[in-house]
Write a protein that binds this ligand. Structure first.
Ligand SMILES: *Cc1c(COP(=O)(O)O)cnc(C)c1O
Length: 394
C-alpha cells in the first residue's frame, strides 16, 4: 500500500538507442570489478557498501549496481529515495541505504521496496512510527541513525544525542540497526581531524548503548578513509574509488584504481585559420600562427565544463591537444595544428585513455578537475543525461 498514493518517479536518462551523435561515455565494467577488489582489500574484512548516488556518479547506477552485486559488493548507498527505487526496479537484491533523509509521503513505498532509511531528525522517527502503528508494515522499522561528529551537515548533534537516543530507545516501532557518521577531512594530509571525529563517534556509540540502542553495523569510511585504512568499523561507504578515482595516494603494492569512464566523441569539422583569427564566442582564443581547428560535438551541456575554455585538453590520434576558445553549449574547438594526418571523424577523447598513431596518453578526472577549478567527483557527475552510456567488457 502506498501512503496517500505517493508514487516516486524514476530519473530519466538517454538510452544508447538514441545515440546519433558520436559523443558517448563508455563505462568499463571490468574496471568497476577491479576497483571493488582494491577497495575490498583495503577494507580488511569490513563490508563494502558502494555509494551509487547521482546515478552511480554519472555511470548509470543500474548497470553499475548489477556488476558490483555480482562481483560481491555487500550493499549500496544512495542519496535519494528515487535512486533506491531505481536500483530495486533494476533487480538489485542487496541492502540499500537511503542516506539523504527525504522520504516525504513515500515512507510506505520506501519500506515496501526494502530500502533502509537513514534518520537524524525526530520528525522522521515519528513518520516511521506512525506507519508501523498503522499496521502498514510488519514489525519494527529498521533504520540507521546518523551522528554529526564534525561535518555539521546532517546527523544528530553530539550535545543532543543523549536525549535523542533515550527517546529513540523507548520507541517500540523503530529498531536502530545501524549507526553512522560522515567524515569531513578523510583526504587531508593529517588524519587528526578524522580521528577526532571517530573518537566522537565512539562516544556517541557508548551513549546509544547506555540507553539500550543495539546497532549491529557501524560505518563511517568514505573512499579516502578506507584507502588509508582509517575509520575501521563494520562497513565502509566508498563512492569515487569504485569509479577509479583515488582521493589519496595508495601505498606501494596496493594496486592501482582504474578509471571506469571514458568520454569520447569525434571531430565534426576541420578548418584552417590564419594567424590573428579569433575562435569561438567572444573570440577568447586568437591564432598565434596559421592553425588547424577541429570542432567536436560536445559542450558544457554535455558536461564539458565551460571553465575548460582555453585550459582543457583532448586526445586526438593518441596525442594531447588544447581546447581553443570558449567551450560552447553543444560544441568545443581544439587546436589540432600539430596532429599529423588529422581528419574529420577522428576520435577525440576528453576523459580517459586513447592510443593512436601518434602515441598513447590519458586524461584523468583529477586533471580535468584541476583545469576546471573543481574536484573529480563533480567532473564525473557532470557528464549529462544527453551523453549516452555504453557498457564495455573489459
Ligand atoms: C558521497 C558519500 C560517500 C562516498 O564518498 P566518496 O568520497 O565518493 O567515497 C560516503 N558517505 C556519504 C554520507 C556520502 O554522502
Amino acid at each position: 500500500m502506498l501512503e496517500g498514493g505517493a508514487r516516486v518517479m524514476r530519473p530519466r536518462r538517454a538510452a544508447p538507442g538514441d545515440a546519433v551523435r558520436p559523443t558517448r561515455a563508455e563505462v568499463n565494467l571490468a574496471a568497476l570489478r577491479h576497483n571493488l577488489r582494491v577497495v575490498q582489500k583495503h577494507a580488511e574484512g569490513q563490508k563494502v557498501w558502494a555509494v551509487l548516488k547521482a546515478d552511480g556518479y554519472g555511470h548509470g547506477s543500474p548497470a553499475v549496481a548489477r556488476t558490483l552485486e555480482r562481483a560481491g559488493a555487500d550493499g549500496f548507498c544512495v542519496a535519494l529515495l528515487e535512486e533506491g527505487i531505481e536500483l530495486r526496479e533494476a533487480g538489485i537484491m542487496a541492502p540499500i541505504l537511503v542516506m539523504g533523509g527525504y522520504y516525504g509521503s513515500a515512507t510506505a513505498e520506501l519500506l515496501a521496496r526494502r530500502l533502509t532509511p537513514v534518520v537524524y531528525d525526530w520528525s522522521q522517527i515519528e513518520a516511521f512510527s506512525r506507519l508501523a502503528r498503522s499496521g502498514a508494515v510488519a514489525g519494527p522499522v529498521d533504520v540507521h541513525l546518523k551522528i554529526d561528529t564534525g561535518m555539521a551537515r546532517l546527523g544528530v548533534r553530539m550535545n543532543e544525542l543523549p536525549a535523542f537516543a533515550a527517546r529513540l530507545a523507548g520507541q517500540q516501532e523503530i529498531r536502530v540497526t545501524g549507526l553512522m557518521t560522515h567524515l569531513a577531512d578523510a583526504d587531508a594530509a593529517s588524519p587528526e581531524e578524522m580521528r577526532e571525529q571517530m573518537r566522537k563517534f565512539e562516544l556517541a556509540t557508548a551513549e546509544g548503548v547506555k540507553v539500550g540502542l543495539r546497532p549491529v553495523v557501524r560505518h563511517a569510511a568514505n573512499s579516502a578513509a578506507v584507502l588509508r585504512r582509517e575509520a575501521k568499523l563494520d562497513a565502509v561507504r566508498p563512492g569515487v574509488a569504485i569509479f577509479g578515482v583515488s582521493p589519496v595516494i595508495l601505498e606501494q603494492g596496493a594496486g592501482e584504481l582504474h578509471l571506469a569512464m571514458r568520454v569520447r566523441t569525434e571531430i565534426a569539422a576541420l578548418r584552417t585559420v590564419e594567424a590573428g583569427e579569433r575562435i569561438g564566442y567572444g573570440g577568447l582564443w586568437t591564432a598565434a600562427r596559421k592553425s588547424v581547428i577541429a570542432t567536436i560535438p560536445m559542450g558544457y551541456a554535455d558536461g564539458l565544463s565551460r571553465a575548460l575554455t582555453n585550459r582543457g585538453h583532448a586526445l586526438v590520434r593518441g596525442k594531447r591537444v588544447p581546447i581553443a576558445g570558449a567551450v560552447s553549449m553543444d560544441m568545443a574547438m581544439l587546436d589540432v595544428t600539430d596532429i599529423a594526418g588529422v581528419s574529420v571523424r577522428d576520435e577525440a577523447v576528453v576523459l580517459g585513455a586513447q592510443e593512436g598513431p601518434l602515441g598513447k596518453d590519458s586524461i584523468s578526472a583529477e586533471e580535468v578537475a584541476k583545469h576546471a577549478g573543481t574536484i573529480a567527483w563533480e567532473v564525473l557527475t557532470s557528464i549529462s543525461r544527453r551523453v549516452p552510456r555504453f557498457y564495455r567488457e573489459p
